[in-house]
Design a protein around this ligand. Structure first.
Ligand SMILES: Cc1cc2nc3c(=O)[nH]c(=O)nc-3n(C[C@H](O)[C@H](O)[C@H](O)COP(=O)(O)OP(=O)(O)OC[C@H]3O[C@@H](n4cnc5c(N)ncnc54)[C@H](O)[C@@H]3O)c2cc1C
Length: 382
């Protein structure tokens, strides 16, 4: 006897921030959605990232999504029952020379066009307002509505709310077979279970590229492995989330005292054919990041690291994601390849995909993210 097929109106492949928020928004619209996740929800990039909830510095095309998402971040307790430790500490982006300072000044216009509150902290004010910054810092720009959150908490809470709203979420369900015919998708899990629906949402993160390839639209996606570390708890004094022009170091301190740092890249084994993804930080990259961090905040000299790690996100060549309908397969929608900055965007991605699926349009502009900005590469039939 063949395995019975579980049917739904929409199948969502991938239970990171993008997929779980899509499940929530579709369920809230009364759509029967089934989400399939290879491991545990939030087990990949969405659960191991730096936790930056940052709008400033984004590609201007992303700002409308970032603004929409930021509005949702502010309402998380009423939507998912927790704020996921979201804290509006502001994000301070630092310049260490005149060229970097000019970059910050130039971005003020972009921010203004998108209604993003942002102000320069000039050469005199920067050391008066942040006396713990080192002499290498010349100036900064401060986005008061930005901040950070705990990535471990966000996605499981969104998934719980999605389930409560009626979504079905199957964890430990790795999809290995893809078929589309007669207006219906049929996906097969590694253990033989089958799922069918007229609509498929691809929120597979880095592996979303393999899903697109299975429908004949491979894209030039690469694994991205930000290198992360965290210190022992020390006296709390760094309130804003800190970044620099060029991005070779970023750090934030949580009220408990630990300082979370990122910069550079680790490594990963991310062969889409390999069901056991892993990533790891590189010691020399961690040490280099620490050197940059101590130059920014000299009081960090001598502080002990207690852990380092990495994760796997999908990076597109132009560093913005793929979001929108497939060009090959009616009923297929993509949202993947967030290129190292999709944690902040996650809450709005579900709202946008739910609009696309149920109304065929998005109220937030997403044209820049079309998959057909990449030429059709070798098709992989499945
Ligand atoms: C170390 C690190 C630091 C980062 N820091 C930040 C930050 O500070 N701020 C920020 O905004 N962004 C940050 N990012 C980026 C952000 O985490 C990601 O862009 C975002 O989480 C991507 O969400 P996603 O849902 O697309 O992907 P994921 O979270 O990767 O979710 C995709 C899911 O799909 C599942 N899946 C894939 N293939 C299959 C299959 N065949 N069958 C079933 N399930 C499948 C995977 O198991 C995975 O759970 C960081 C990323 C990393 C790795």
């Amino acid at each position: 006897m063949s395995t019975p097929v579980e049917t739904a109106e929409v199948i969502i492949l991938g239970g990171g921030g993008a997929g779980c928020s899509t499940a929530l928004h579709l369920a809230q619209r009364g759509v029967r959605a089934v989400l399939l996740e290879r491991g545990l929800v939030g087990g990949q990039a969405s659960g191991v990232n730096y936790g930056g909830v940052r709008q400033q510095g984004r590609n201007p095309a992303e700002l409308p999504i970032a603004r929409r998402s930021r509005e949702i971040w502010g309402r998380l307790p009423e939507i998912i029952g927790t704020d996921a430790e979201f804290s509006e500490t502001g994000h301070l982006k630092l310049a260490r020379n005149e060229a970097e300072e000019a970059d910050l000044i130039a971005y003020l216009d972009t921010a203004r066009q998108h209604g993003l509150p942002l102000r320069m902290v000039g050469r005199n004010a920067i050391h008066r307002d942040y006396p713990w910054l080192g002499p290498s810092v010349l100036a900064g720009s401060f986005a008061p509505e930005d901040g950070s959150a705990n990535p471990r908490l966000l996605v499981p809470a969104i998934a719980k709310a999605a389930r409560a709203a009626g979504a079905v979420i199957h964890e430990q369900t790795r999809v290995t077979g893809y078929y589309h015919g007669a207006g219906r998708f049929e996906l097969t899990a590694e253990d033989g279970r089958r799922f069918a629906a007229p609509v498929l949402v691809n929120t597979g993160g880095y592996w979303g590229g393999a899903v697109a390839a299975a429908f004949g639209e491979a894209v030039p996606i690469q694994p991205l492995n930000p290198n992360m570390a965290v210190t022992e708890p020390i006296r709390y004094f760094i309130e804003p989330n800190l970044g620099v022009v060029g991005g070779n170091v970023y750090l934030r301190q949580i009220p408990r005292g630990n300082v979370i740092l990122g910069g550079g890249h680790g490594e990963s084994e991310a062969d889409p054919a390999n069901g056991r993804p892993w990533s790891r930080p590189l010691a020399e990259v961690t040490l280099e990041t620490l050197r940059h961090a101590v130059r920014l905040v000299p009081a960090l000299a001598g502080v002990q690291l207690i852990r380092s790690w990495s994760g796997i996100d999908g990076q597109m060549p132009d560093r913005i994601p793929v979001i929108g309908p497939s060009r090959t397969t009616p009923g297929l929608f993509h949202a993947f390849g967030f290129s190292g900055h999709g944690f902040q965007l996650g809450p709005a991605i579900g709202a946008i995909l739910a609009e696309l699926v149920t109304e065929g349009r998005s109220t937030t502009p997403i044209d820049a993210f079309r998959i057909d900005r990449f030429p059709v590469a070798a098709a992989t039939a499945s």
